[in-house]
Design a protein around this ligand. Structure first.
Ligand SMILES: Cc1cc2nc3c(=O)[nH]c(=O)nc-3n(C[C@H](O)[C@H](O)[C@H](O)COP(=O)(O)OP(=O)(O)OC[C@H]3O[C@@H](n4cnc5c(N)ncnc54)[C@H](O)[C@@H]3O)c2cc1C
Length: 432
């Protein structure tokens, strides 16, 4: 039984379908036939990129998925030559990294996934079914309780209800242990708008990513190509109560970005939608891996475990990789032992995104919450890597591969790599 038919729920269902005769996915939303945003996934209006690792994972589990996504209007590009990155006061050079990702709307990515998962033998997706609790006892979870009062038994319940997961309440009600939680308040907000995309709009690039330099700048700008020959343009920021809700403010923030490219583009392009705002008050992580006796019969997956500041676009890839970890744990163990092994693997998967995002978040004095250990050194070194990446393709490629969850972060701390970073960062700073 999978609760939630978002990216986590669908990838979990795919993995479970190899191991169980029957997999039922429940979602409280009306799941639309068309790729349009829906209520249960409010972030679906905002830009979403599928990182190389997530793309690889989904394509391996659902062969042909990547080709379908591109045929439906997704755009694949190299991080180095496609994404016009402006960071730490300069536009980065166009140099191939060999790491490719896909931009499309979140509803399209989810809709294609759902189409594929629906066709798997033994999988049933039921919509407009809200779960309000779990059944079982202090010995373990045995199923779910629906809003209607109906109960459905299951050998395993996979909680993919997203960042608003009510697992703490649900598990406590059965007398089961709940995990400690980390919360880092970032006050992130995004405003987005769709524009018509015409050939030649951005002659040298496929997308734009303009990042602020903390602590004195707070606003970022994103432009991604999406299906239907449209640009999805977003203005976002940390501790950003003044997130633009009207056209005049949206365009003003766009013009004030340190790289003029985004402002110039929307000055020429035809708007196709209103401005839609999404707020992300805090990054949240539930430390299931610390539970000595994780509840048998139940696991959480996706944002229900870890939901980080989306600036690096890692959430969907994390969900897909975690589903893979669930499959691997199920192949070896059952009950508590399975859950323990699974949560340990997920802790490793989400650690990099958590460190990346939370590290950057603490560049702002308004950010509150538990600081990762060694954060000052980490942030200082991250900045040296960013400076070095501006002039050194090898450093850039290594960094991008870690950020895209293709390589472990340990590659960035190998002695020869650290020396190269420090040398190149020094060179870059001397250039002014
Ligand atoms: C502004 C923004 C931009 C982002 N950009 C990116 C990006 O570029 N790339 C990227 O990879 N990630 C991005 N993310 C993160 C990404 O959206 C999430 O990590 C991802 O959607 C997690 O998927 P999920 O399935 O865990 O949760 P969700 O997608 O939130 O799905 C949860 C599902 O559970 C259902 N549900 C909830 N409660 C119940 C219940 N009680 N009963 C039944 N059903 C229930 C909901 O209806 C929903 O379908 C972004 C997030 C935000 C906020």
């Amino acid at each position: 039984m999978v609760i939630g038919a978002g990216i986590a729920g669908l990838t979990a269902a795919r993995v479970l379908s190899d191991r169980y005769d029957q997999v039922t996915v429940l979602d409280r939303d009306e799941l639309p036939d068309e790729p349009v945003p829906r209520r249960g996934v409010p972030q679906g209006t905002q830009p979403h990129i599928l990182l190389a690792s997530g793309l690889r994972e989904l394509d391996a589990r659902l062969p042909g998925f990547e080709a379908e996504l591109i045929a439906a209007g997704g755009t694949k590009f190299d991080m180095g030559t496609g994404l016009c990155t402006y960071r730490l006061g300069r536009r980065w050079p166009s140099v191939a990294t060999g790491v490719e990702l896909v931009a499309a709307t979140r509803p399209l990515i989810e809709g294609l996934l759902r189409d594929r998962v629906t066709k798997l033998p033994g999988v049933t997706i039921r919509h407009r079914v809200a779960v309000s609790g779990l059944t079982g006892s202090a010995a373990g979870v045995t199923g779910v309780l629906l809003d209607s009062g109906e109960t459905i038994g299951s050998g395993l319940v996979v909680d993919c209800t997203g960042r608003g997961a009510r697992s703490d309440r649900w598990l406590t009600a059965l007398g089961l242990p709940t995990p400690a939680q980390l919360e880092v308040k970032v006050g992130v907000a995004y405003a987005s708008r769709l524009y018509r995309r015409r050939p030649g709009d951005l002659p040298d690039w496929e997308a734009i990513f303009t990042l602020p330099t903390s602590p004195h700048e707070r606003v970022d700008g994103l432009v991604f190509p999406v299906e239907g020959d449209r640009w999805l343009v977003a203005i976002g920021g940390w501790h950003f109560p003044e997130v633009p809700t009207d056209v005049e403010a949206f365009e003003r923030f766009a013009r004030e970005l340190p790289d003029p490219l985004l402002g110039e583009l929307i000055g020429r392009a035809e708007p196709l939608s209103d401005i839609v705002v999404a707020k992300f008050p805090s990054s949240r992580r539930r430390l299931f891996e610390q539970l000595e006796e994780p509840p048998p019969g139940y696991v959480a997956l996706g944002d229900a475990i870890c939901s980080v500041n989306p600036i690096y676009g890692q959430g969907m890839a994390c969900a897909a990789l975690s589903a893979g970890a669930l499959g691997a744990a199920l192949d070896k163990h059952s009950g508590t032992a399975m859950a323990r092994e699974y949560y340990a693997a997920v802790a490793t998967i989400v650690e990099t995104p958590w460190q990346f995002a939370v590290g950057g978040d603490f560049g702002y004095s308004q950010t509150t919450g538990p600081r990762p250990r060694g954060i000052k050194l980490l942030n200082w070194y991250s900045r040296q890597i960013a400076y070095a990446s501006q002039i050194d393709a090898e450093v850039n490629r290594a960094f991008v591969r870690v950020q895209q969850l293709l390589d472990p972060p340990s590659v960035l701390t190998r002695p020869e790599f650290v020396l190269r970073v420090l040398r190149k960062a020094g060179e870059r700073r001397r250039q002014g």
